[in-house]
Structures are given as C-alpha cells and as structure tokens.
Design a binder for this molecule. Structure first.
Ligand code: HEC
Length: 79
C-alpha cells in the first residue's frame, strides 16, 4: 500500500477523499464508503479496485504475490 497507493491517498493527496495511511482511515474510506472491511475481502473496495485493475491508475501494479498477501491480511481481520 505504501509503495503503490500513498502518493495519491496519503499525506499530500487524498483522491476521492481516501487516505490509506492507517487502518482506521481505510475502514472509514472515501466518497464511496469503507475501503477496508476486515474479514471481508469481497467487500473491501481497496482490494476490488486493485483486482479490477482500476487502482493504481498508472505506474506499477502490485504483483500476484502482493495481492494474495493483501487478500489474506484482510481475510484474517486486517491486523
Ligand atoms: C496516481 C494516483 C493514484 C494512485 C497511485 C492510486 N489511486 Fe486510488 N484513486 C485515485 C483517484 C483519482 C481516485 C478517484 C477516481 C476513481 O475512482 O477513479 C481514486 C479512488 C480510489 C478508491 C475509491 C475511493 C472512494 O471512496 O470512492 C479506492 C478504494 C482507491 N482509489 C484505492 C487505491 C489503492 C488500493 C491504490 C494502490 C494500489 C490506489 N488507489 C492508488 C488516484 C490514485
């Protein structure tokens, strides 16, 4: 997340009102509601956006292994 997303959803910019610097902020989400729902990867917009190749909009995509890791992290409660 820090590598791929923070440039547009961090300290200097929060596109769509979304801040991805903390778990709290991810759960609060942006204009479309929560970006992270612990235990529910399918409900977690930040993951579905990556899987749809909608985020990040340009630049390098996270690889398969990183996406798997993120999915498992959400599934196990995002701790
Ligand atoms: C180059 C800038 C940029 C990067 C990098 C980026 N985003 Fe975004 N993001 C945007 C913009 C612009 C929007 C709003 C327009 C849209 O939805 O396409 C957005 C919207 C979103 C939304 C929807 C928020 C809402 O509530 O509507 C999510 C979720 C999201 N991004 C997740 C991510 C994740 C996860 C990453 C990293 C893998 C990421 N973004 C990387 C620019 C970026």
């Amino acid at each position: 997340m820090a590598t791929y997303c923070i440039e547009c959803h961090g300290r200097n910019a929060q596109e769509a009102g979304l801040d991805l610097r903390s778990i709290q902020a991810m759960m609060k989400g942006g204009e479309s509601g929560p970006a992270l729902v612990p235990g529910q990867p399918d409900e977690s917009l930040l993951l579905t956006m990556i899987l749809d190749s909608h985020m990040p909009p340009d630049g390098q995509m996270p690889n398969r292994r990183e996406i798997d890791l993120l999915t498992r992290w959400i599934l196990h409660g995002a701790n």
